[in-house]
Design a protein around this ligand. Structure first.
Ligand SMILES: [Zn+2]
Length: 454
């Protein structure tokens, strides 16, 4: 009976998480008393929203939120002052497309074996623990919020989100999608009928409008904040009618739909159905980009510099000739991605940063590798300020959290990072974040501490 009662309370608590209770702000086990005041000050503060740079910013934080932001302001009496000296403050970064419960290994030789081995051999519990590790790596790199868009077993992403919100583990704020909806087979390569039951551990296969509606409702029951749809995998494509039903079901309860779509047919179906974001869109025609701009559909450009594809994805046992071929292919792919990114920008499409980082990347933490995507935007020709916007205000809007993260202003959650150089000149500076605060809690870096005398 007690157990039943506890269960019946859980969804109410989770509704609280989404609407902004203290727990939802991700406070860790010993949060400061509500009255405790922290001040963060530094040499400069970039506001990606306005593009302004403030000299000598003083940010006053209380109860996990920003109380005030002012230049040269005197810290309130008794406040703990974190003086970051010559550093530059910015809002925490937001990755709108990640997979914290998946860690691709290049040596396995591709997506198909990686998917199969992960799903067949790792329990969801184990994957959630992997997610705790990778989430911490994201946060320490300066990524204070993410959308986790599937490939997390049955409910692993929801478990991780809730564990972070409860302060059991330290990680970014998470918007979770639960299992992605897809046409037959999900994103699995061909597997035998006897083993196809594995697919439902990772995807919900829909084959009709009714199934699409049912899957959306089930996802929300399972704790989803948003819906992820794999619109196409090879010749398996979700139909326009199915996509429309998915969007309608999600919209009715003010939730969003993220659509994995590549190529003319799939991006068109996603845009016509009116999804909130199109993920990847490595190939996408101009008229679909125009439709995206018109409808306010974000492009989540999951791009990387060419050498990433070789280092992270490449099998290690290639001949020099094969390596050369692989690098040429990666260079071509990165160049084409950059061109489509700039076509989208010119068409007026809003871009939100999404790394699609699910790789075990040699020499880099998950967070550090994810931020290489920002470098690829810059290399494609996007001005640094626009890159910062993609990773802050734009992504916050896509997450449905424009009112709480993405900028540093009174009333927002105190998700603050600091860097050494000037990211308005070179966004690669974001690969070396020195200080991270999430919800008023310092996660990384110290600064010089003193007590404000008012
Ligand atoms: Zn992805």
């Amino acid at each position: 009976m007690t157990r039943r009662l506890v269960r019946s309370i859980v969804p109410i608590t989770m509704a609280g998480l989404v609407t902004g209770s203290a727990v939802a702000r991700g406070q860790v086990p010993s949060p400061p008393a509500a009255s405790a005041t922290t001040v963060v000050r530094a040499a400069r503060m970039i506001d990606p929203k306005s593009g302004n740079v403030m000299q000598n910013p003083v940010i006053v934080v209380r109860g996990g939120r920003i109380v005030s932001v002012g230049a040269n302001a005197a810290p309130p009496a008794g406040a703990v002052v974190i003086d970051l000296g010559t550093l530059t403050l910015m809002p925490g970064l937001i990755d709108a497309h990640t997979h914290l419960l998946q860690n691709y290994r290049g040596e396995l030789g591709g997506d198909d074996p990686n998917m199969l081995i992960t799903v067949a051999t790792m329990s969801t519990a184990k994957r959630a623990l992997l997610g705790a590790r990778l989430g911490r790596e994201d946060l320490e790199a300066g990524i204070t919020a993410v959308r986790d868009v599937g490939n997390s077993g049955f409910g692993g992403d929801v478990a991780l989100r809730d564990a972070i919100n409860a302060g059991w583990v330290t990680g970014p704020r998470i918007r979770a999608s639960t299992r992605a909806l897809s046409a037959a087979g999900g994103q699995f390569g061909t597997i035998q009928p006897e083993t196809q039951k594995l697919i439902e551990q990772e995807y919900v296969v829909i084959s009709s409008v009714d199934e699409a509606r049912r899957a959306v409702r089930q996802a929300f029951y399972d704790g989803a904040d948003l819906i992820k749809v794999i619109v196409n995998t090879g010749p398996r494509v979700v139909s326009l009618d199915e996509m429309k039903a998915i969007v309608e079901e999600a919209r009715r309860v003010n939730r969003t739909v993220a659509a994995h779509a590549i190529g003319d047919t799939a991006t068109r179906i996603a845009a016509e159905a009116g999804v909130s974001s199109i993920e990847h869109a490595y190939t996408v025609p101009d008229d679909v980009l125009r439709m995206m701009a018109q409808k306010g559909i974000y492009l989540v450009a999951t791009d990387y510099p060419a050498d990433f594809y070789v280092n992270a994805l490449g099998a290690s046992n290639l001949t020099p000739e094969q390596q050369k071929e692989q690098m040429a292919g990666a260079t071509q792919f990165a160049k084409a991605n950059g061109e489509r990114l700039m076509r989208a920008v010119r068409a007026g499409v809003k871009v939100a940063f999404g790394s699609d980082e699910y790789y075990d990347t040699p020499g880099r933490t998950r967070g550090q590798a994810s931020l290489l995507t920002l470098q690829s935007y810059q290399e494609a020709g996007m001005p640094p300020l626009e890159v910062l916007r993609a990773a802050t205000v734009n992504a916050a809007g896509l997450l449905g959290w424009a009112d709480r993260i993405g900028s540093l202003e009174a009333g927002k959650l105190a998700d603050i990072i600091a860097v050494d150089g000037d990211p308005l000149k070179d966004v690669k500076e974001l690969q070396k974040v020195k200080f991270v605060m999430k919800g008023g809690e310092v996660v990384k870096g110290k600064g010089r501490r003193e007590t404000g005398e008012g």
